[in-house]
Design a protein around this ligand. Sequence first.
Ligand SMILES: [Ca+2]
Length: 207
Amino acid sequence: MRTTRTLKAGIVTAFCLVAATCARGAEPATSDDSLVVNGSFEELAEQDPARPADWYYLQQGHVVTDSGAPEGRRYLRFANDVPGRSALAQQHFKLNGRDVRALDVAVEVALRGVAPGQSLAERPAVRLYFYDADDAEIGQAMLGPWAGTQPWGSEATRVVVPAKTELLLVVIGLGGATGVADFDRLTIVPATINPSALPAGRAGGRQ
Ligand SMILES: [Ca+2]
């Protein structure tokens, strides 16, 4: 998948360069339990106040300051009018699939005039990509996708973590769609479940 290869390259170039950020992964900004850093987009990048801190490869996105934000006073907005064009931000962190068998993913999202891009798959979502110790992608999961127009609302799902996972890449954005999508209060929390309840051999997915 073209997009995946691009994201993978992003990991290879960024993973070691942002070791300090990786270390901060244990100290999330918005939730005591969430693995995501700055998932409420309240912290801004020092070099550019339109960019959220701790998010990378930002394309067609900017932080909006608005008292109507679901949490705090800021959120992340993606706007795109070219079908198929990347509009995203990503973050990655270490995740041991032997210790964490499932994740609870939640986000607040609002949409305005969102239409699929070059295919129905090109729609806004929270996409998760799981990688093993060899940096090989071993699974994907998604919260969404969405389309149309809707006010702020809560979305949530539980996804299974492949056992060999060592790294999780999180990508949010329009996914190639056109329109405007706003994200806030993104949390990814290790789920407390009975491992025997997991579907056998499942690599992750929507539920
Ligand atoms: Ca916020």
